[in-house]
Every structure is written in structure tokens, then in C-alpha cells.
Design a protein around this ligand. Structure first.
Ligand code: NAP
Length: 558
């Protein structure tokens, strides 16, 4: 479709991932002239790109799928409780085909710049192939974790074997049998890939800078009968997700941590350790997120679990995090990860003792040794949340760049708009409710809000919408203040904007990336803003400019 001559659309959606797919569905249903631009050769976003062995949901599959179509819910059989990448990509392609959405998508259309034209009140969107399209509204479906980052090591281009970031794991697969493989990193991605390939490679060496807390995923198949039961309960399942802070089925234990005995706490943890998914994190006592002593007691419990699973005590100790407690970073879920280190063909290199120095022609060099490899896998994470925005030259009113505006961290209104960047909507933007929750549940909320907003503008004859500076400041302050009660503010993780490989994102400066108030509060807030005629947003064009709507909704005055 990239040869199409059409150059103006009412709406351009950037990104054909989980967000972009649903967004275009809503727009098409309303008869809005819209297109999706996607840089990759196919749709699916995260699930198009991350094809490394072991890539799978950590959300229960049936809470990850879209909820908007009863027919879709009825016909799709999730085969596993935590479905793997190939199936997830099949699902998203099925959705696109079923609703005939592909014809509204242009692939291999990487957006490089988007400049707001004040005179014409439209966005000029540049594509890498040289085209320029224009639109009245621009909707960002860029993904939270779509810009992979590599270490900055000397000699990376000298390595004679194969090397790639997990995000770019070759689509045709990689021959692993008998190969000497290095994995750099021990985040959620590495924990999945290490556990999956350890018994398929010749030798595996894991280069760990900091260990992560991790607990069993407890995945399993979903039979026909179980799926029938899930289908019958879909309304109830989505209602549960809507009322829990994380948007998952998991509801926190409402008992106070200190109100029950130590024996009661351990009983709960013994139970949760065997439960699927994030139960161990999100069905836990709420104090583990806010109370250092409570968190330390629970972290000690998990540390003992690791010691019981790893035979060599010295290796077990290396795998236990010391610099942060359990759950203050997003918890990687694992399947027999710790047992990997009991294998003869697996070696753990602790980079806190012997840092990486360089990449050589034949492998990796630390301060004390050279290692030879056939394959180096960089499981080194992403320029999270704002990275995808930073990679597009986005310019708003007066030519201000979003990159500059967000240099010290994002500032937004409701995580969905940015003052000075009119008509740019972010259904799952920085500081929105999506980033810290079950992502597709948050996406549906964001897409529905943005779509309703567009309808409102259309029906009221408005052509320009810009969040007021005051509303943006208050929302950003609100998001910032909420970090203060969370232990996660101290963690070196992508929730706080840490990435040692991105200049300016090294440890030290906290970026307030996610809304921590929980899904129900977020949804209530954005719905109230809508009910009050989109309070906090300056509307113009058509019938009126609404000065009254520059105030801030009461419930975020804190
Ligand atoms: P990550 O959590 O940022 O982990 C990156 C890892 O690479 C860390 O262990 C990091 O060590 C290490 N690293 C980075 N640069 C390094 C360097 N220069 N030298 C040595 N080590 C280096 O990234 P991720 O594992 O890709 O996960 C990111 C997020 O993606 C997760 O939190 C999760 O939200 C999502 N995810 C979800 C799933 C799922 O189950 N659905 C699976 C994978 C990922 P330091 O900690 O020391 O920086």
C-alpha cells in the first residue's frame, strides 16, 4: 500500500501493535478517514518483533485478548494460560483479518518526523521512504518497549560470530545445537530466553550485572472444557480486571501485613508461589509495595526459595538481588529458570565482580577473562516509555520538540495529551494508566477515551484540542507525588527511566514514567474529565473556544 497517492487523512495512527489495531478498528467503525503507519513489515508490535525462544505473556492469555467483540471472544481458543509469541501474533493477525483492518495499514512506513503546522492546524508526518502525509489528528500507538538498546562496548562490530538483541531475534530461527552462546542481561526477556535455550545449546554463559527477583509463571494448557468455562465467565473476568489496581485477575490480599502472624504470611506465600502468573506479586499484601520492612521479609522468603532450587550455594547467592526488594521492579516470571544453573553446560558470570570490558572477534572480554562464543544474545532491554517518542522528530507549537520538552522526563495531561502538541493523542502514553497495568486492558481504556474524544470534537465542531499548561502541570505533579509512596521509586528499572545504555538515563535521575494510582482510579479520573466536557483541554475551531475547560478536575487536586 505504500504506493498509495492519498496524502491527507483525518487521523493517522502511528504503530500497528495491540494499540494501533484496536484504534483503527474504532475509527473505521465510526467512518473516520484514518490510516495506520507501521515501520515493520507486519502488524503486531511487540509480538511481531520479539521472536526469541520463550517469549510469552505474563498476563493470563484470556485477560490479554481484546474484549470489544463477543464473537471474537467466543471463537478464539487460548491454548495456554500464558500464550507464546507465535500464537499471540497469530491472534493479532486473526483480529486484523476478521475485521478487515489490514487495508487501513501501511507497513514498512517508518515515521521519522511529525511537525505541527499551526497555520493549517494539521500534522505533517514524514516517512522514511520520503513521503509526507498530513492529518488533523495524530494518534500514537508507539509501544512502551519498542526501542531496543545495546551496551556501549568497544569492539561490538568486530565479533565474527552472530550477535543480536532479543528484539531482533532472526525470524527464521537460529541453529543453537552445539553452539557456544552468551546471553547478556538477566531481565524478564533474558530469564525467558535462558530457561528456554539452556538445554538446546552446547554451552550457555550468562553475563549478569544485577540479578532480578523472579518467581514461577506456573503456565499450563487450557483445555476445550476450561476454555468453554472462561468464555462463559468473560464478563466476570473483565469486570475483575477493571476493579483491580493492576488490571489483572489478581486482587491484593486486603488483610494488613502486620495484622496477621508470620505463620499466616508464610502460608499465603507458600500458596501464591504455586499460583499462576503475577499472583505472587499482586495477590500479596499491599505493604510489600510501600513498607520496606514488610518487603524485606517477603524478599527473604523468595531468596530462600531460590536457595532451595539452586544446588551450588555460591551461585544461588549470586542470583539473589541485594540492591532492591521483590516487586519494586516489574517481576520477571520464570519457568524452571533457577534450575538452569544446575546444568553442567551453563555458567554464570557475575559482572558486578568482573565487568565486561569489550567485545572481541571471538567473544567477550571481562576484566579477568576472555570467552569464546558462536552467538552473543543481547537481552539488554529498551529505551522504555519515552524512547519511541524520542526517536521521532516531533515538533509542536512554535517548533518546540517533544524530545527537548521531555528531556528531564515526560509531562502529560492524563498520559494522553501534551500541552503545545495539539491534536496529538496517546491512548497508552507515558504517565497513562496502561504502562503499569495489564497492558491491553489499559489500551482499550485509552483507545476508547481518545475515540470518544474525537467524536465529541466532531459533534461539537471543534478542530483543535490542546491540553492546558496548568492541567498538564497538575497531572504530572500528581503522577510524581504518587511515586513518593512507592518503594519502586528507588529501583533502577525502566519504571524510573533507568537505562545504563541511553545517555542521560543512567542511574541518578528518576523519571516519572507511569501512573501508580491503579486502574480504577485512573479510569474514574479520565471519565470524569470527559463528563465535564473534557476539562483541562482547550478546544477551538468550529463553534467556540472554551475557556472554562482549562481548569483541572477536582479529583486530581491533591
Ligand atoms: P530489562 O528488564 O531492562 O533488563 C535488561 C537486562 O540487561 C538487565 O539485566 C540489565 O542489567 C542488563 N544490561 C543492560 N545493559 C547492560 C550492559 N551494558 N552490560 C550488562 N548488562 C546489561 O529488559 P527486558 O528484560 O527486555 O525487560 C523489559 C520489560 O519488558 C520487562 O520489565 C517487562 O515489562 C517486559 N517483558 C515482558 C515479558 C513477558 O513476560 N510478557 C517478557 C520480557 C519482557 P542491569 O539491571 O544491571 O541494568
Amino acid at each position: 500500500m505504500s504506493g498509495t497517492a492519498k496524502t491527507h487523512y483525518e487521523v493517522i495512527v502511528i504503530g500497528a501493535g495491540v494499540c494501533g489495531i484496536y484504534q483503527i478498528k474504532r475509527l473505521v467503525d465510526l467512518g473516520i478517514d484514518a490510516v495506520v503507519l507501521e515501520g515493520a513489515a507486519g502488524l503486531g508490535g511487540t509480538w511481531y518483533s520479539n521472536r526469541y525462544p520463550g517469549a510469552r505473556f505474563d498476563s493470563e492469555s484470556y485477560t490479554y485478548g481484546y474484549s470489544f467483540s463477543r464473537e471474537l471472544l467466543e471463537e478464539w481458543h487460548w491454548k495456554e494460560r500464558f500464550s507464546g509469541q507465535p500464537e499471540n501474533l497469530r491472534y493479532l493477525n486473526h483480529v486484523a483479518d476478521k475485521f478487515d483492518l489490514r487495508r487501513h495499514m501501511q507497513f514498512d512506513s517508518k515515521v521519522t518526523a511529525a511537525h505541527y503546522d499551526e497555520e493549517e492546524n494539521l500534522w505533517r508526518v514524514s516517512i522514511a521512504d520520503g513521503r509526507e502525509l498530513t492529518c488533523r489528528f495524530m494518534i500514537m500507538g508507539l509501544g512502551l518497549l519498542s526501542i531496543p538498546t545495546l551496551p556501549r562496548l568497544e569492539g561490538m562490530d568486530k565479533f565474527k560470530g552472530r550477535s543480536f538483541h532479543t528484539f531482533y531475534w532472526p525470524h527464521e530461527g537460529v541453529e543453537l545445537a552445539g553452539k557456544k552462546v552468551a546471553v547478556i542481561g538477566t531481565g524478564a526477556t533474558a530469564i525467558q530466553v535462558i530457561a528456554e535455550i539452556a538445554d538446546k545449546v552446547g554451552q550457555l554463559t550468562v553475563f549478569q550485572r544485577r540479578p532480578n527477583w523472579s518467581a514461577p509463571l506456573n503456565n499450563g494448557p487450557i483445555s476445550q472444557a476450561e476454555m468453554a468455562d472462561i468464555r462463559a465467565r468473560y464478563d466476570e473476568i473483565f469486570a475483575t480486571c477493571a476493579r483491580t489496581p493492576g488490571g489483572f485477575e489478581h486482587e491484593p490480599d486486603r488483610r494488613g501485613f502486620w495484622e496477621v502472624s508470620r505463620e499466616e504470611r508464610v502460608k499465603l506465600w507458600d500458596h501464591l508461589y504455586d499460583q499462576p502468573g503475577f499472583a505472587i506479586w499482586l495477590r500479596n499484601f499491599r505493604e510489600i509495595f510501600t513498607d520496606e520492612v514488610a518487603n524485606a521479609e517477603f524478599s527473604d522468603y523468595i531468596a530462600d526459595r531460590i536457595r532451595r532450587r539452586v544446588k551450588d550455594p555460591a551461585t544461588a547467592e549470586k542470583l539473589i538481588p541485594r540492591d532492591h526488594g521483590f516487586g519494586v521492579q516489574r517481576v520477571p516470571m520464570e519457568t524452571r529458570y533457577f534450575e538452569v544453573y544446575n546444568r553442567d553446560n551453563v555458567n554464570l558470570v557475575d559482572l558486578s565482580e568482573t565487568p565486561l570490558v569489550s567485545v572481541t572477534e571471538s567473544g567477550l572480554r571481562t576484566t579477568v577473562a576472555d570467552y569464546d562464543f558462536d552467538i552473543i544474545v543481547y537481552a539488554t532491554g529498551f529505551d522504555a516509555i519515552t524512547g519511541a517518542y524520542d526517536h521521532i522528530d516531533i515538533r509542536g507549537v512554535g517548533g518546540e520538540t517533544l524530545r527537548d520538552k521531555w528531556n528531564d522526563g515526560p509531562s502529560t495531561y492524563l498520559g494522553m495529551m501534551v500541552h503545545g502538541f495539539p491534536n496529538m493523542l496517546m491512548p497508552a502514553g507515558p504517565q497513562s494508566g496502561s504502562a503499569s497495568t495489564n497492558y491491553p486492558r489499559g489500551i482499550e481504556t485509552g483507545v476508547n477515551w481518545c475515540t470518544d474524544f474525537l467524536e465529541y470534537l466532531r459533534s461539537h465542531g471543534h478542530e483543535r484540542a490542546d491540553a492546558s499548561a496548568m492541567a498538564e502541570r497538575r497531572w504530572t505533579d500528581h503522577v510524581t507525588k504518587m511515586y513518593a509512596i512507592m518503594l519502586m521509586r528507588k529501583a533502577k528499572s525502566w519504571f524510573t527511566g533507568y537505562n545504563s545504555n541511553v545517555p542521560g538515563h543512567e542511574a541518578g535521575r528518576v523519571r516519572y514514567f507511569v501512573y501508580n494510582g491503579g486502574s480504577p482510579k485512573y479510569v474514574a479520573t479520565i471519565n470524569e474529565v470527559a463528563a465535564k466536557g473534557y476539562e483541562g483541554i482547550e478546544l477551538s475551531g468550529g463553534r467556540m473556544v472554551s475557556a472554562a475547560r482549562t481548569a483541572m478536575p477536582q479529583d486530581v487536586r491533591i
